[in-house]
Design a protein around this ligand. Structure first.
Ligand code: ADP
Length: 202
């Protein structure tokens, strides 16, 4: 089947999905990548049914969407992945990825495990590259989450339990093309950089 017109740019500039437990270092490593290659990558703008916060602009932080429109988009298969958190829906649309790819940039998608499974099984979305960033161990992850100081004890325990599920899944290699262990930051960054370089060039 010929690709539908709105996925042609995505076929050409295939996105990179980075996933891994909260605290594994995804933001830290992506920040380094965006700093080293400022014109090469982009983040897609997600849709959400939550209300904008002061200072947030429609189309910049999120595409703010009514629940009715969101559900319509779900049934139209417009999202590559979507989920519900705290009573609101969030999703990444094909169109949002397309708008990055059509500028010649590589779209980077930072997605949790359930979303990764949805992306990998989407009917029309071209298969992206899947990278998993893992902490050296759950103990180290716990230390980093505590040092980051953004979560309370309950949230830390939930994140650790979820991390184990994600790491076991990634190890099985059902979806992920590569697992990078973030022990030494520079070394992990170089491995991520190489993964990206080999697949999309930099
Ligand atoms: P994520 O985006 O995956 O949730 P972060 O990038 O926020 O993770 O990293 C979690 C914490 O761990 C941050 O405080 C970060 O500075 C720290 N960190 C990241 N990589 C390393 C590393 N290799 N060694 C030590 N600390 C790290």
């Amino acid at each position: 089947m010929a690709p539908s017109p709105n996925t042609q740019a995505i076929e050409k500039n295939r996105p990179i999905v980075i996933s891994g437990p909260s605290g594994a270092g995804k933001s830290t490593i992506l920040k380094k990548l965006f700093t080293e290659f400022p014109d090469k990558f982009g983040f897609s703008v997600s849709h959400t049914t939550r209300s904008p916060r002061p200072g947030e602009l429609d189309g910049r932080e999120y595409h703010f969407t009514s629940p009715e429109t969101f559900l319509q988009m779900v049934s139209d298969d417009a999202f590559i992945e979507h989920a519900q958190f705290g009573g609101n829906r969030y999703g990444t649309s094909i169109a949002a990825v397309e708008s990055i790819a059509s500028t010649g940039r590589i779209c980077i998608l930072d997605i949790e495990l359930e979303g990764v499974k949805q992306v990998a099984s989407h009917k029309t979305f071209p298969r992206p590259f899947f990278l998993f960033l893992a902490p050296p161990s759950l103990d180290v992850l716990e230390e980093r989450l505590r040092a980051r100081a953004t979560d309370n004890e309950d949230a830390i325990q939930k994140r650790l339990a979820q991390a184990k599920v994600e790491m076991d899944f990634a190890e099985r290699g059902e979806i992920h093309d590569q697992v990078v262990v973030n022990e030494d930051l520079e070394k992990a960054y170089n491995e991520v950089r190489r993964f990206v370089e080999e697949r999309v060039g930099v």
